[in-house]
Write a protein that binds this ligand. Structure first.
Ligand code: CUK
Ligand code: CUA
Length: 652
């Protein structure tokens, strides 16, 4: 306590010295005092509060040290947040249309991307994002790509960090929902997506009565083509899994590179209750003391999938049948207590930490022991599907009691682990070797994931931890029955963890986040004129200044348009009712941030054209009349004049 007070006083002294005591007096006379001590007293701030403020405040123009990419939950987006300031820097549209960035609100490119990601014949206009994964090179974030899974539908979005935009949505044809997505292998060879709620795999339909016979879990290894910046669906493969409900996944690294680990719950294979008079899922799926950690050799599986006759094509995807996976030694199970949630590989790749939601311990598995047991075929038996089960006590390093409801674990670079504890609403710091609790801090309130700076790499920075809490309850002014979520920034630099900042998240419920050193990112600030962001290459229909024109081709009217402060060229588009209008529009600016919007009244179109960007929007002019179009971005003093008319002549 004494030490903390001294720090506070030091900070005060420093702040006063910087501000300059003379200037303070003159301010005070005009109602506001600049006496830091007086302000703190008046606002009831403690020394710890002042330290927290000084550790997080960024003066105007100062950039953050880290960027956090957070899931936006069932808002379907990705949030980009600066650390330590906790300022929201960007919302990246991924699965949900986002008009202000012209995402899926008119551009043909997005329409095509969304069309390819249709699921079960439906247009899906939202997503439930859970786990973002930064691309890695040699088990370290490389700042090139970001992937995120949509639990609901089940899909993966690929975001290019050259422009922070979504480039591809990949739908999984063989899953009901996913949850272990997205996680990457150490060189981003594959993006991992594993299922959650089992559904029939080989047949379209089977009643839940036939759960054990027909329902299956699945893990898909999406092959990532880094050169193209796209998932290569044809080069990807899946492995059939037992119908336990697979949960979180993580990829091995270092000594465990080539392996993946997936938790599961509902090892009971409960099929639900209520009208069936069987126990409801919450009870039925929580009866056993042990569930199964799935241990997968993906490197070997990739070879098996490539061997003719080993994988079966199912709905256009190569799937290694469960039987083959067992015969080839691709899949093993290790018991894990009890309804586990997080599975997290330590930075050195030697251990896997599992938190059992209904068990007060974290369980630490030793990969060396797992590997030995699989090689010596030291199994205690097989599950109902023939998958070999390892001896729990032979493959763990130990267990550590951390509190009620341990969920997810992160690591620093000094051999410490941090586990979120849901029911006790706290974060516990512990050492991996020896297994020992070191510290804990209460959070507000229901903690889910936590994220540590560079926490999933082989060399985490530690330094900061963000606790991603659900249900803020009383932390912020009430804004109706549903409160914002609460991100809490925690300082890891001292012996005791210290709470620094509360950040309300007024959108979907975030799940996971990753924090990357800001200087690893190097986004471009303008596109070369005529770039299509989809390909990052010259758009076929890009328009240079002076080339603007309108061409008629049969029933189509092609408008080659430019945008530059503060006009569109042309400003009049004349078509006949029923004609197809194809507008190719290029923002020919090269000044930073000189973005223009392009909205057409009553036709549900809004594009956002960043400097240099070229896009196409096409639609049938089915409504006769006069439709203003205008720029939606306040780009200059004469921005309101950046407008034109679409004139649709009635059919005669
Ligand atoms: S989950 Cu939400 S708190 Cu989808 Cu990783 Cu654990
Ligand atoms: Cu361009 Cu406003």
């Amino acid at each position: 306590m004494v030490a903390r007070r001294q720090v506070g006083l030091l900070v005060l002294a420093a702040a006063l010295a910087v501000a300059g005591a003379v200037a303070l007096e003159s301010c005070a006379g005009r109602g506001g005092t600049a006496d830091v001590g007086a302000i703190a007293r008046e606002r009831g701030l403690t020394d710890a509060d002042i330290v927290a403020a000084v550790k997080t405040y960024q003066p105007t123009g100062r950039l953050d040290e880290y960027l956090m990419f957070s899931s936006g939950g069932h808002g379907g987006q990705v949030l980009v947040i600066g650390i330590p300031s906790m300022r929201l820097l960007k919302v990246i549209a991924a699965f949900t249309p986002e008009p202000w960035q012209g995402y899926a609100t008119g551009a043909d490119e997005h329409r095509e991307m969304m069309r390819r990601a249709r699921v079960a014949g439906h247009d899906i206009t939202w997503g439930d994002t859970h786990h973002p994964a930064l691309s890695e090179t040699d088990a370290d974030y490389d700042g090139q790509f970001l992937f995120i899974g949509d639990k609901a539908n089940p899909r993966i979005a690929v975001i290019d960090l050259r422009d922070f935009e979504t480039k591809q949505l990949v739908a999984n044809p063989n899953m009901g929902t996913d949850h272990g997505a997205a996680f990457v292998t150490p060189n981003t060879e594959y993006v991992i997506e594993s299922s959650q709620y089992a559904v029939p795999l080989w047949n379209e339909y089977a009643d839940v009565d036939r759960y054990q016979q027909e329902y299956r879990g699945l893990v898909t290894f999406w092959k990532f083509d880094r050169q193209r910046g796209r998932v290569d669906e044809a080069a990807s493969f899946s492995i059939e899994l037992p119908p336990y409900w697979q949960d979180l996944a993580d990829a091995g690294k270092g000594p465990s590179a080539g392996w993946a680990f997936i938790n599961s719950f509902n090892g009971e294979m409960a099929t639900g209750g209520i009208e069936s008079r069987k126990p409801a899922f919450e009870a039925g799926a929580s009866q056993n003391d042990m569930d199964y950690l799935h241990i997968l050799n993906w490197q070997k599986a990739a070879q098996v999938a490539a061997t003719p006759g080993r994988a079966r094509m199912q709905r256009g995807q190569r799937v290694i049948p469960l039987r083959t996976a067992v015969d080839e030694g691709l899949l093993f199970l290790a018991p894990e207590p009890k309804s586990p949630h997080g599975a997290d590989v330590t930075p050195d790749g030697r251990r896997i930490v599992v938190g059992g939601k209904l068990d007060p311990h974290v369980t630490v598995y030793a990969f060396e022991k797992i590997k030995q047991a699989t090689e010596q075929r030291a199994f205690t038996g097989n599950d109902a599907f023939g998958v070999p089960i390892l001896d729990f006590n032979a493959v763990i390093d130990g267990q550590l009691e951390v509190g009620l409801g341990p969920l997810h674990t992160q690591f620093d670079g000094e051999g410490n682990a941090f586990t979120s504890v849901f029911l006790d609403t706290k974060v516990v710091k512990w050492s991996v070797e020896p297994l020992q609790v070191l510290d804990e801090i209460g959070v507000h309130y229901n903690v889910g994931h936590i994220a540590v700076a560079e926490g999933d790499t082989k060399s985490p920075d530690g330094k900061y931890l963000v606790s991603l809490n659900k249900w803020a309850i009383d932390r912020f002014s009430p804004v109706g029955p549903l409160h914002p979520q609460n991100f809490q920034l925690i300082d890891l630099t001292g012996e005791k963890m210290q709470l620094l900042y509360d950040m309300p998240i007024g959108v979907g419920e975030p799940h996971y986040a990753q924090i990357i050193k800001a200087d690893k990112l190097n986004p471009q600030l303008v596109y070369p004129v005529g770039t299509s962001p989809g390909t990052m290459a010259q758009a076929r229909d890009a328009v240079a200044g002076g080339q603007e024109r309108i061409e008629r081709r049969g029933n189509e009217v092609h408008v080659y348009m430019t945008a530059i402060r503060s006009h569109f060229n042309p400003e009049h588009i004349r078509v006949r009712q029923g004609e197809r209008v194809v507008i190719h529009i290029t923002n020919i600016e090269q000044a930073r941030e000189a973005t223009h919007g392009f909205a057409i009244a009553k036709y549900n179109i809004n594009l956002s054209l960043e400097p240099g960007e070229s896009q196409t929007a096409s639609f049938v002019a089915d409504q006769a009349g006069v439709f203003p179009f205008y720029c939606t971005e306040f780009c200059s003093a004469l921005h309101l004049e950046m407008a034109g008319y679409l004139l649709v002549e009635p059919r005669g």
